[in-house]
Ligand binder design. Sequence first.
Ligand code: ZN
Ligand code: ZN
Length: 96
Amino acid sequence: MKLCSRCDTKFEPKVSYQIYCGVECRDAATKEKIVERYQITRRQKRKGKNRMCLGGCGTSLSIYNDDGFCANCNVSKKAVDKMIKEIKGFFDYDQE
Ligand SMILES: [Zn+2]
Ligand SMILES: [Zn+2]
């Protein structure tokens, strides 16, 4: 018996190199690896570039920043998003 590398379930391997209990775990693990690699190359491409915060505050962002906003502006961006949603809700209501 072996333990699945992903979900930790015991399984009987059909081949000696099998590390996942089934197709589901194998596919999910493959997808996770692709996403991981994609994020790494995406971050590597940011090297040497001076990325500024999209909030216009002048903070330069690290290559690990995925959303384009610094920590400070990320908070206000969320607040703005929420406000826009509320305004939209208001207009939707108005049109009925
Ligand atoms: Zn599994
Ligand atoms: Zn900022």
